[in-house]
Design a protein around this ligand. Structure first.
Ligand SMILES: Cc1cc2nc3c(=O)[nH]c(=O)nc-3n(C[C@H](O)[C@H](O)[C@H](O)COP(=O)(O)OP(=O)(O)OC[C@H]3O[C@@H](n4cnc5c(N)ncnc54)[C@H](O)[C@@H]3O)c2cc1C
Length: 596
């Protein structure tokens, strides 16, 4: 089925849920205006629908192919990538000094949803380049920026992120890749990295690898990691390409999904070592890599939203066509399955979760922008804390939503969902990885409870909860009958979140097992309460538009009501499970003993 970029939903969420237009009107982005934002996103939507989306199935069937160190992307990918780069899309947030558009991160996040909805396998390449641009902009020397940023921002070259090694996945303390200092000031890198997305491909003239490695005298653990820029082709001082660097792709993985995206084993230093240039300071590489990882985490959240929307579009279309059984209005004819209450439940769940995840990701993106552009230091600090708090939720909740929605999409299709030809199965296979890479979702949850709950002595979470309560209060005051029990259910979910927050915050200093055992449940609970507030906010905005004569958005009120009445009540169960703590973990372990 053809993918339709959900531009109007994206713009509605940015404007009415995430407060992007307010930020624009405050003038924090200078002359940039809401009309320009809308035009850029509309144009991205057109490109995604017309150029990228038709490649999605080809990418899945054909996949990336490896031969003798070279990787060929599926037919059409190279041309589409070049057209995408020529359109300036690699430089949405890039500094105008290096040829970028210098637009807010929020615009890029909105576009990322559309690239990913069109084809996740394609969109992964730009996702990594964007992270590399961010890390180099923040940490590289002027010389490195001068040589590399322009070409990354123009899309002529692409970027990669090299953290993972066979023994070092979630735990980067175990990274072994070595870096040696040489008298010429250029480092030499030796080691093997695995799972490197677009580590080798034929879409761009050069590939800029950002590699975490360890100097001989480095302290152990992550405090001894340095970040190096390692180009596939060495770059001469005038910017032209020189000899091949000592880095190669040894193989690519055969995967469940995202077949178009090559996942590479990279070998650094078969010979004299791969020439690498330090980014930032020695042993401070993780800080620089975190710029890349945070940008990539929100982007992975957007992948979840993008794929969820695509799966929803396809399921809705199928449910309107497929006739089985008799619905309430069926008469003697078979009804379209969309008339059955249980199919409606699936479709509404898909839509409500998708809109909730989109809202959370957009809130995160605006917080990131405010952390850079806020008018006062205090505003920037608070926004930075908000971005830090919301990033693991945006990543993990939204990627879980991508997974769940794509799976429901298969269910709506019945047997045809399990058959590859419909394409519903591809969404499910593609979506699955987002919960694993960029920090597995379990690790995101640990980050949320360990590092983010304590921010400003709990004030960052308290502010977030206060914001949700304001939405629930508005729904109670002005929502009226159309909102049903929404305000009440939302308040119950927020109360559950507040009590669970207190329990975990108190436990942090007493028993970390309580915290670790409840972390993933807590992240879900947070996502449900915040997502419910996002969907309710959209419903309230729709009502307000209707009062001014535009009733076209009133479906959002019904969606808010569905979320609050049918999805948010799970919050109470999550709270109970969290507050049962980790005390029984030792006992639970018996259930995993062999032979049990
Ligand atoms: C398709 C694909 C593309 C990728 N692209 C890149 C890339 O471009 N660059 C790159 O560097 N890497 C990349 N990766 C690697 C990816 O980031 C890792 O797979 C991921 O970080 C998880 O590491 P792991 O696979 O070693 O799993 P493990 O770390 O072994 O984790 C296995 C399970 O244990 C859990 N776990 C681990 N530690 C803990 C803990 N302390 N507490 C609780 N639970 C824990 C995890 O949540 C997970 O569920 C990619 C992977 C894939 C499959």
């Amino acid at each position: 089925m053809t993918y339709r970029s959900p531009v109007s939903d994206v713009l509605f969420s940015l404007t009415h849920v995430a407060g992007f237009n307010e930020a624009i009107e405050e003038g924090i982005f200078g002359e940039f205006d809401a009309q320009t934002a809308a035009s850029v996103i509309e144009e991205a939507g057109r490109f995604a629908t017309e150029v990228i989306a038709p490649l999605n199935r080809i990418g899945d069937l054909h996949g990336a192919r490896y031969e003798n160190g070279h990787v060929a992307t599926p037919p059409g990918f190279r041309d589409a990538y070049r057209a995408w780069a020529a359109g300036g899309w690699a430089g949405v947030t890039g500094s105008p000094r290096y040829g970028g558009m210098g637009l807010p991160h929020t615009v890029n996040a909105a576009c990322a949803e559309l690239w990913n909805g069109a084809s996740m396998g394609f969109a992964l390449c730009p996702l990594l380049s964007e992270g590399a641009i961010g890390a180099l902009s923040a940490y590289a020397s002027d010389e490195l920026r001068g040589l590399y940023l322009g070409r990354l921002i123009s899309g002529e070259w692409t970027g990669t992120m090299n953290l993972t090694e066979p023994q070092a996945g979630s735990d980067l303390n175990a990274v072994k890749t070595r870096a040696e200092r040489r008298p010429d000031g250029i480092y030499r890198i030796f080691g093997q990295k695995i799972f490197i997305t677009y580590g080798e491909h034929d879409m761009a003239d050069n590939i800029v690898h950002l590699v975490l490695a360890r100097l001989p005298d480095a302290p152990p653990g992550t405090r001894g990691l340095s970040l190096f820029l390692v180009p596939k082709f060495l770059v001469k001082p005038d910017g032209s390409l020189g000899a091949r660097n000592d880095v190669r792709c040894a193989s690519i993985e055969h995967k469940l999904g995202i077949h178009a995206s090559p996942t590479c084993v990279m070998i650094y230093g078969d010979g004299d070592g791969a020439a690498g240039w330090l980014v930032g300071e020695e042993n401070r590489g993780l800080a620089a890599m975190f710029v890349m990882m945070n940008s990539a985490r929100l982007a992975v959240g957007m992948q979840g939203v993008g794929i969820a929307d695509r799966a929803l579009q396809q399921a809705l279309s199928y449910a309107r066509d497929r006739r089985q059984g008799r619905g309430p209005n069926g008469g003697s004819q078979m009804s379209a399955i969309i008339e059955h209450a249980d199919v409606q439940r699936m479709l509404l769940t898909m839509k409500a979760l998708t809109h909730a995840a989109r809202g959370i990701c957009h809130l995160t993106a605006v917080a990131i922008d405010r952390s850079f552009h806020g008018k006062t230091k205090d505003e920037r600090r608070q926004a930075g804390e908000r971005a830090a708090l919301l990033t693991p939720i945006a990543k993990a909740f939204s990627s879980d939503v991508g997974d769940e929605v794509a799976s429901l999409g298969v269910q709506v299709h019945g047997g045809m969902g399990y058959v590859e030809e419909t394409g519903a199965a591809q969404h499910m296979r593609d979506a699955r990885i987002a919960a694993i890479y960029e920090g597995a979702n379990g690790v995101q949850a640990i980050d949320l409870v360990h590092r983010k709950l304590p921010l400003s002595d709990g004030q960052a979470v308290a502010r977030e909860i206060a914001g949700m309560r304001a939405v629930a209060a508005e729904a109670a005051a002005t929502g009226g009958a159309a909102f049903g029990a929404s305000a009440q259910r939302l308040v119950e979910a927020i109360d559950a979140l507040e009590r669970a927050t207190r329990f975990l915050s108190d436990s942090l200093s007493v028993d970390t097992r309580d915290v670790l055992a409840g972390a993933t449940l807590y992240l879900r609970l947070f996502g449900l309460a915040l997502g419910g507030a996002c969907v309710a906010k959209a419903g309230l905005a729709a009502q307000s538009l209707a009062r001014r004569g535009d009733s076209s958005q009133l479906g959002r009120v019904a969606l808010a009501r569905f979320f609050a009445e049918k999805i948010a009540p799970a919050a109470a169960g999550l709270e109970n499970a969290i507050r049962s703590g980790g005390g029984a973990l030792d006992q639970y372990e018996a259930a995993l003993a062999e032979g049990t």
